[in-house]
Design a protein around this ligand. Sequence first.
Ligand SMILES: C[S@@+](CC[C@H](N)C(=O)[O-])C[C@H]1O[C@@H](n2cnc3c(N)ncnc32)[C@H](O)[C@@H]1O
Length: 324
Amino acid sequence: MGYINKNDSEYWNDYWSQGHKTSFGGTFINGYEGIIKNIWEDYFDSLRDNSQVLDLCTGNASLLRLAQNSQHRIRGISFTGVDYAQIDTTDGFGGQAGINLIFGINIEKLPFENKIFNYVISNFGIEYSDLSQSVAEASRVLLSGGELQFVCHCHDSILIKSNRHELEMLIQMFCPSDVLDNLTELIDALTDREVNNPQKSAEQIMKFQEACKIAERVRLELNESITYMADTFKKPFQESDFIGFLRYLLNSQCEDKQQALSLFKADLHSHKARLTAMINSALTKEQLATLKNLLKKNQLSKLSVNDVVNEDGKIACRISAVKE
Ligand SMILES: C[S@@+](CC[C@H](N)C(=O)[O-])C[C@H]1O[C@@H](n2cnc3c(N)ncnc32)[C@H](O)[C@@H]1O
């Protein structure tokens, strides 16, 4: 497709650099809400005073921002968040007392000594990694009697189902001769038309007429493919605001249409890569069983696995255990 071959952490760099607070961009604009927020706030309230907490795959530190509200400083609790993306927390959150954020860290190889954390936590994070390594690392850095809690994506959650539908739409959009190809061809034709106008030579007249013909043909094709997308992917298509972007792109005020389209496609491509990673990370029943075995193998007992459910249905699973 002609895109730079980025690795997973670079897609996350792009995402976090847009200032998102959680990994659900438009859904949780100012941090988590609802059941996810409640689960973690209750958890933070239950932490022992003067303890050390490690948040794996912290992203823009959404969990630690929630924790901050539960007066951890007064209780002497310190939080460390790690992530392999390079995240610029320009709002100064990372510099606060009791908050330590370290980026460029793969959780499959943690830069910490053995047995130094009382708690290891992760919210929609650890399942993105190679669990055979990251669970061993989580266990290694936990003190005896220390606890872990992970909230993970699972394959049968409503979050994964709706994101899978959105991913199908993005895959379709990038198919040859589909919406994005049509749009690219249309912008190329409109650019050619503009470049050859006013038509001062016979060659320009010919090129101008040819560009008009192409633009007209592609416009019809684009209309057809948009109608198909809107009918097939109703909600995700509406939420993508493709029509809004189209209006902006075709407006005379958008001066550099090629550049605007190229940025839009790069953004969609990055979104598609993150959605693919999310869906691939979601734990199946078999993977959940493997995870339970891994926890046991790494001296993590008193296992508990529960569904996280809100008014719309299951949204995640919650796994907790204690280090022997
Ligand atoms: C879905 S986001 C969740 C971020 C945060 N926990 C939250 O709830 O907002 C997943 C994060 O995992 C990070 N990540 C994925 N695999 C990783 C790995 N092996 N080591 C460190 N971070 C990783 C990504 O960079 C991304 O920031």
